[in-house]
Write a protein that binds this ligand. Sequence first.
Ligand SMILES: [Zn+2]
Length: 383
Amino acid sequence: MPHRRHVVELPAMSPGGGRRLVIHRFGPAGGRPKVYLQAAIHANELPGTMALHHLMPMLAAADRLGRIRGEIVVAPAVNPIGLSQLVGNNHLGRYDLLGRDNFNRNWLDLSHAVAERVRGRLGADAARNVARIRRAAREALEAMRPASELQALRVEVMKRSVDADIVLDLHCDLEAVLHLFISRRDWPGRAEALAADLGAEATLYNDPYPEALTFSGVHSALWARLAARFPDAAIPQACFSATVEYRGQHQVNHRLGAADARNLYRFLVRQGAIAGRAGPLARPKADATPIEGMDVGYAPRTGFVVYLLPAGARVRTGQPVCEIIDPWDARGPRARLAVRARTDGVLFSRKPDGRLAWPGAVLFRIAGARPLAHRKGLSGLDD
Ligand SMILES: [Zn+2]
């Protein structure tokens, strides 16, 4: 079936308002594996949109040749609410200005609604259970009556994604190397293949799932929560879902976009969604590490920030990563306060928010293998 383009209308929030969302479909309707790709739920994170800009013509060409086996759904800029948030000549795409919600938190946990629908109807046949759970999830979404535009966006997006075998949510950081957030249940397996095919320099996993679920988290947690709820039934981890952080916000160019599209395409071939040969699977550049081993560098005081190491650097415990400088202190080097690594690992993200620091501001993140005492119980700080 040829490439189709769908327009989803969202309810207007003001007289004369009304936004819409465009979603593309490639391959046979109902084909498996079903893959759902979206970018820019944080609307000012466009490197993933750039990758999809280069990927979509490749998918359309493969579709014309009948090479797409699974159904591939693509939402290249999935958040028209966030796209519209121009404030004082700045684009603010991370939080909903109406309700102040982070666009990538509080996605719809369908596990309770699905459990109500499938209770007593699951058995030892995993494939049948998967089909039944997916149907119940779609029904639960159809039964929802969202009141606001943001709720409607969440419901309409999940109607397209909830029954997918593979969900990739494309984000970016401020200054970063390519990294992934995954569920521990998917490593090594498909997550390791994704890390290798995309060239991820760090992969971090949640275990257990955080409360305020991200888009990627909600698709993964659905299966884990139902499996925990119905331990006697055969419930596999039927959806592989990951957050892909495509480096830094300003790294939007054709060279990276084309390379990222080729890497995504190869992963889709490897997963059987597109006919062809993916070639030998490389080793990932890094092993997956726990979220509890992720050191987060916080600013201890006000000042401005200067980094001593580039994103992607390997660091040792105690090594200074950046300095907070008191702009009103005339003593030169004595006006600088070093913020140090508290683990060995990869400095995968720097967060220079305008280079200004305030107490508690996140300055950097390091992927370390060892769970850290000061990080125990914390999770879900992904994307
Ligand atoms: Zn994001």
